[in-house]
Design a protein around this ligand. Structure first.
Ligand SMILES: [Zn+2]
Length: 371
């Protein structure tokens, strides 16, 4: 995919549209109930070009640095149709690459597209009965449920199929993933986003207070500290949240930033593990949930891991204990972690031709910055 020189396209008129998208992106990006870390992306189509959030950039920073990158819209659609790799221009210093979700934005006809990892939407999108729940809550809107598909070309193809049978659709609930809304301009699209959010809003469950006596024992180990957000403690003190998270991976970001399994243990086990890890210098997780006690964070935890963990706690606290959930399958998690779902290549052709981990040599950092 060719990336045009940005200054060439920043002319009057377009500049205004881009400015509007930047303001919208920053506002949406600063809301932790919509976007966590570098996930979520926005785009606008302007005279044959698709301006989309760049890979790895944070929407929240849209007013402070360049987070948008232009790509040729026709080329993007053609790359998706032919199943060939969507190639960003060779990366140079400071050069922006389009988000992994570019193909999805490209196939949507609407001028403005907002894709967010909305906490409220995800809470519904992980439920087996999600489509039925949406039927009640989104009545009157032009919405479609998109069953889980890996980010990139597989997801774009599912969206394209849905639009082919219902071109009026401007709200997409992405199973085990998030929300997409589209519209003719920034204002209308954000208005629609707020309306969907209003309809899907869920109050988080109350949870028991953390046990600071236990957590203080962990704080004595170097580099472990109390979280600055109290709601994180629910991961350790709320039995329903624990049951939900023990079940597996609910959505890709969880696996990418926090791993396949929750580090959730009884207090004595945590202390014993930390004692051993300080002696053996083994890799320690960015956080630990202590049963019936709360959560402690490692000072090495990155801001993206922290934002993802806060989001996960919010989803767990909004999910009913009795709800039947759809966890990602082992193969889906493996695909996400092998970067298959996060490369620009995606899946080409039929089953069995998906990229295998051996074919891909991608670092953690690249996988985490694909959005
Ligand atoms: Zn996404």
């Amino acid at each position: 995919m060719r990336i045009a020189a940005q200054s060439k396209y920043l002319t009057t008129g377009r500049e205004e549209d881009l400015a509007c998208l930047r303001v919208l992106s920053a506002r949406v990006g600063r809301d932790p109930l919509l976007v966590q870390a570098n996930n979520g992306n926005t785009s606008i189509k302007l005279k044959g070009m698709l301006w989309i959030k760049a890979s790895g950039k944070w929407l929240a920073q849209a007013l402070h640095e360049e987070v948008l990158v232009p790509v040729d819209l026709r080329e993007a659609i053609e790359s998706m149709r032919s199943g060939t790799e969507i190639k960003p221009r060779h990366r140079l210093k400071n050069e922006l690459r389009p988000s992994i979700e570019t193909a999805m934005h490209a196939v949507l006809k609407h001028r403005v597209v907002i894709h967010v990892h909305s906490i409220n939407t995800i809470t519904w999108a992980i439920r087996q009965d999600g489509p039925e729940q949406m039927r009640i809550r989104l009545e009157g809107l032009h919405w479609r449920w998109i069953p889980y598909a890996a980010s990139g070309i597989p997801l774009a193809r599912e969206i394209q199929k849905a639009v082919a049978s219902a071109p009026e659709t401007d709200v997409f609930i992405l199973g085990n993933h998030g929300l997409v809304v589209c519209g003719r301009d920034c204002h209308m699209t954000e208005k629609l986003l707020r309306e969907v959010e209003r309809r899907l809003a869920i109050a988080p469950r109350k949870f028991p207070e953390p046990d600071t006596t236990v957590l203080e024992k962990i704080a004595r180990f170097s580099r472990w500290q109390f979280p600055d957000i109290d709601t994180l403690h629910a991961l350790g003190t709320d039995a329903v949240s624990q049951k939900i998270l023990k079940g597996g991976v609910l959505y890709p970001c969880q696996a990418i930033f926090l791993g396949r399994t929750m580090p959730l243990f009884p207090p004595a086990v945590v202390v014993s593990k930390l004692t051993r890890s300080s002696k053996d210098k083994v890799r320690i997780p960015p956080f630990v949930a202590v049963e019936r006690s709360g959560v402690m964070l490692n000072e090495k935890m990155t801001s993206a891991e922290r934002a993802t963990l806060v989001g996960l706690a919010q989803v767990a606290q909004r999910t009913e204990g009795s709800a039947q959930l759809r966890y990602l399958k082992r193969t889906e998690v493996a695909h996400v972690l092998s970067n298959g779902a996060h490369s620009y290549k995606g899946i080409v052709g039929t089953e069995g031709k998906a990229n295998s981990p051996a074919e891909i040599d991608t670092s953690d950092e690249e996988r985490r910055s694909a959005y």
